[in-house]
Write a new protein. Sequence first.
Length: 274
Amino acid sequence: MMSAYRLLFLCFVTSGIAFFRLGAEPTPTTRGAQRESRATPEEPNITFNAVHVDGPYIAMTFDDGPSATLTPKLLDLLAAHHIKATFFVIGENAAEHPEIVARAAREGHEIGDHSWSHPNFGKMSDDGVRRQLQQTDDTIKSATGIRPTLMRPPYGSITARQKRWIHDEFGYRIILWNVDPYDWKRPGPAVVRNRILKETRPGSIVLSHDIHPGTIEAMPSTFDELEAEGFKFVTVSELIRMATPRQAHVSPQPNEEVPPRAIGSPSPVSSPAG
Ligand SMILES: [Zn+2]
């Protein structure tokens, strides 16, 4: 049995080493804070591509709508499953079909700002980005009565500086994703479903698009399977509210400022990922 003295000595040595190691770091306080939140110091709690949660909660997100035909179909399906989702709408489409946006909000779904016409923010002036977001913000407000608090940049393309000023001016959180079925490539419903099932974990933010028929076709069995695995569906804002203190959000992907779909894509214009 270990004597109390030896135990004390060991404790002293261990904490001494820990202290020495910390002391040897250039800026222990900053590094400690970084480890704690897993965020880069300049963008705490602004950007999310997944959320660290204790339960089996996930957020399904649907981008680039509303579509006159497909979004109502999806809303019927979500209602039948009692699933709450998040729609990142294009301002132009929302202005054309405000009644669909209003229905989605009324039925408990969250509406986020996905720009007015789906440009690449990373290559735009601040004023251009501001107009894209404000027009869409106003359109969502007039359709639903509620201003959005979430924004998803088209193609996931946004600079760290843009994130900060957009957050400061609009109060938006920047929502990316960690599950991507590449449904915009229209690989067929079975592939879309299988990719989502394979990658989804508790806290996942799942990206897909309610403007592709195959995506909507994939959803009934996707929802069935996810439910069978025990997942519970919440909106993105609900998911963020569930974040556990440790690792409240995941750091941005290192390459997120490059439009993910533009790389090696033969036709970036027709590939509206994000
Ligand atoms: Zn998009």
